[in-house]
Design a binder for this molecule. Structure first.
Ligand SMILES: Nc1ncnc2c1ncn2[C@@H]1O[C@H](COP(=O)(O)OP(=O)(O)O)[C@@H](O)[C@H]1O
Ligand SMILES: [Mg+2]
Length: 464
């Protein structure tokens, strides 16, 4: 089915429809007017010619009335006979004021009252010129000369008395001329072809001009909207970046402040434990203090390590090497039994980035993937991808876990969001922070067949 949802398409369809309607209405009215004016012009010429001939031969009322008289008949023949030489002439009838045929090129019609269009004949008798299209001619009145002819145009032209002003009283009869409409139709047809072509071309020009104008305005508006969307997205990124940086600084400050007294607590607890004079109960309590202190210190160390993400040292690095190093580091940390598959690229793909930070982000993805499905394989893939006019590389980590729901999807990258007991909720937010620091992005997808895919896209330069 035709898709009409985009505004330019809708505009094109509606305006095309309106222009087609306009062209048809204009064409039809113009065609009617054109056809009528050609017929009127033709009728006037025939009328003028008939009158000129009648006047030249001084045809009088008496001739018209006494048409059976030999001299009148000769007179009428001399007057109206030449008309039959007009091309396409089928039948000439000259009616006198009694509506009787006084002369015709078909002698059999003489004295009859044959006509189909009595109304037009009467109007012509009152001085009007009439033109009608016949498909068939039948008899009227007494004559039995009914005949049928092929299509014809019949012109009723009043014959005026010579040397008198043209008024209804001066009409001495009516000339009816049936002609083949072929030549006339041909002229009309040619004229109409021209008319339709001109109107059609005008419609097309109008349509394309309107369409161009609309698409121009529309694309400008879209561009402005796009710029605005990008600006607000950039703004969101900066706000997020600032939040994470500020958070990092606060965390680091607190961690430093806590770290020194904490080391003191642990050391003093160890010293006190070695004192032989204390009771067994006190020793146990001191050991508990030391253990809690160490746990606390570990946590503080982790926070300090986290803050390293805020400092980056970009350099030219090869991504395949970077992924291999991350896998090796992961195996060292969590053992070799985890099935990590990496589909490498056979080309060397260089980017400018801080390798420590990128490894950290990828490590977080892999760690999450392993936690999501501990005994299942994890796939790491690498692909070139354009993003907002930049070329770059997309590193994806796919697992076979149970994925995440929409509710979780909204919070994934929020600092401290976690659904795991013992989780810090910092892995993904730090990965996002690292991507942003490199002008890249992160992406999370819950796959339809189960499992999740987390990706980091890093720019390699402007789109070629
Ligand atoms: N591969 C994954 N599959 C399903 N959910 C995940 C995956 N990785 C992360 N998540 C969800 O995102 C949350 C935040 O992850 P993260 O920031 O790494 O923190 P943590 O791992 O400490 O929970 C996780 O608690 C989990 O709900
Ligand atoms: Mg994690």
């Amino acid at each position: 089915m035709l898709n009409v949802t985009t505004p330019p398409r809708l505009f094109a369809i509606v305006s095309l429809f309106m222009i087609v309607v306009m062209v048809i209405v204009t064409g039809l009215t113009q065609a009617l007017f054109f056809r009528q004016s050609i017929i009127d012009r033709e009728s006037v010429i025939v009328g003028d010619m008939a009158n000129a001939l009648a006047h030249e031969h001084s045809i009088s009322v008496a001739d018209m009335e006494n048409y059976s008289n030999a001299s009148a008949a000769k007179h009428l023949l001399e007057g109206f006979g030449p008309i039959s030489q007009l091309s396409g002439t089928q039948r000439i009838k000259v009616f006198n004021r009694d509506y009787t045929i006084a002369w015709s090129n078909d002698p059999g019609m003489l004295g009859t009252k044959q006509t189909t269009h009595i109304g037009d004949l009467m109007r012509a008798m009152n001085g009007e010129i009439r033109a009608v299209f016949n498909s068939e001619e039948t008899s009227l009145g007494t004559g039995d000369h009914s005949s049928s002819t092929a299509e014809s145009i019949e012109i009723y032209a009043p014959i005026f008395e010579a040397r008198q002003d043209r008024s209804t009283t001066a009409v001495i009869g009516v000339l009816s001329l049936s002609r083949s409409p072929l030549a006339l139709n041909q002229t009309i047809r040619n004229g109409l072809y021209l008319l339709w072509t001109v109107i059609g071309i005008t419609g097309l020009i109008l349509f394309s001009a309107l369409y161009k104008l609309f698409t121009l305005v529309y694309s400008r508006q879209k561009l402005a909207e796009l710029r605005f969307t990008k600006l607000s997205a950039d703004h969101d990124h900066i706000v997020q970046l600032e939040k994470l940086s500020a958070m990092g600084e606060i965390v680091s400050e607190i961690a430093h402040q806590i770290n020194n007294p904490l080391v003191g607590v642990i050391n003093l607890a160890q010293v006190a434990e070695r004192d032989p004079e204390i009771s067994e109960k006190t020793r146990r309590l001191l050991a508990a203090i030391e253990k809690s202190g160490i746990e606390c210190s570990d946590f503080v160390q982790r926070l300090l390590r986290l803050n390293q993400a805020a400092r980056s040292e970009p350099q030219s690095v090869e991504i395949n090497d970077l992924v291999r190093d991350t896998i090796a580091f992961f195996h060292q940390t969590f053992g070799k039994h985890h099935a990590l598959t990496f589909t490498e690229s056979d080309q060397r793909l260089m980017i400018v980035a801080d390798p420590v930070l990128i490894r950290h982000a990828l490590f977080n993805f892999v760690h999450n993937a392993i936690l999501a499905a501990p005994d299942q394989p994890v796939l790491i893939s690498l692909a070139a991808e354009y993003h907002e006019g930049m070329s770059g590389y997309l590193l994806s980590v796919t697992d076979c876990g149970s994925g995440f729901n929409e509710e979780t999807a909204k919070k994934l990258f929020k600092p401290f969001f976690t659904t795991r007991p013992g989780g810090t909720g910092l892995g993904l937010s730090v990965a996002q922070f690292i991507a942003m620091k490199h002008g890249g992005t992160v992406r999370a997808e819950s796959l339809p067949g189960g499992g999740a895919r987390f990706s980091i896209w890093l720019p390699s330069g402007p789109k070629p």
